[in-house]
Design a protein around this ligand. Sequence first.
Ligand code: RNT
Ligand code: ZN
Length: 421
Amino acid sequence: MNIGQIHNSYEIAEERYNQFGININDVIEQLENISLSINCWQGDDVRGFEVPNLESVRGDILATGNYIGKATNITELQADLKMAISLIPGSHRINLHAIYGDFEEKSIDRDKIEIKHFQKWIEWAKRENLKLDFNSTLFSHPKADSGFTLSSKSPEIRKFWITHVQNCREISAKIGKQLNDKVIHNIWIPDGSKDIPVDRLGHRKLLNDSLDEIFTQKLNSNFMQDALEGKLFGIGSEAFVVGSYDFYLSYAIKNNIIITLDSGHFHPTESIADKISAILPFVKGILLHISRGIHWDSDHIPILNDELIQIAEEVVRVREMNKIFLALDFFDASINRLAAWVIGARSTLKSFLYSLLQPWELLLEYEEQDKHFQRLALLEELKTLPFGSVWDYYCYKHDVPIGTEWFSHIEDYEKNILKKR
Ligand code: RNT
Ligand code: ZN
């Protein structure tokens, strides 16, 4: 696309949106403040760099596909991320999991990880001008094979995982200190059972106690904050999930902790968009895991569909960006993994741009005056306004490829680098 065309289309869009009282330059500024925490685990199908490299026996984390070129070490993953980020407009964060440390070919168990194992990431983040987030990893490990970690009935197993999470919290705070930033540390556990248990309460009491013990460790809240992520079911935990949404929402409210809402973690017709305004007044914050479930929590690449738009609209409408954090959470091993990041991130950013380009005051006025056909018709009208021209301009402004121009970057990288791995 030539630059003249981009400018012309942008000017037409400026006028069209102006007719509805929307200043697209202001909108672009707002979009620039939207930062996504990009999931490093899309780069290698959630395998990580531990020695030995263990697979989840339960399948709750299940990447299907065998596309060539997955990253096998930190250097490769950093190079892949750098390439993908260069095709995503705006400034974003990288979300790490504890299994992505620099373990130097040594077997370092989860209860032994330290900040030194993540120093390579910190130095890289400094060089690339990126911020980091962090996750404890309580899956793909023999001590998670029974199906229970923090809620296990075995005191040794619980102790092991409590130590792991405490190490991860400390690492998060140290990353935050070195990058002068507040790192979000997210906890998701696979705990649950395939079949109907008789002691749900017992496991939930143990999870409560383990979390209480974890949070007795006081860290500098300027550098890290915790988030808790529940789930409806997993493969291997169909009948019972200890850390359900009800459990964590209650715990998060009681203990002033961020709650994580993953768009794949609810009943298929239940949308996390509606939950935002319902719980935001009561929680410290909401971390969104943007994902796309097809029939189940399948972690497909997010696309610009109604569900994603509704989530972005609600985030924009509640107007409390300081309490809402955005992260991507998907893993597709059947497609070029860098392209997966680019598609997921660009679609998510598009959903925010689309939501920001709405005449909120006018829509509200219609609603409050019971002008319901006008509200519905205007929302429909917005769908065909030249939002794509604003998106193209946004990419141009941020010096990333416009439209399909990014394909060739990925194709070359695949040919020259991924195919040779
Ligand atoms: C699992 C959760 C969790 C993971 C990542 C890898 O169902 O969604 O967030 O996907 O931590
Ligand atoms: Zn998630």
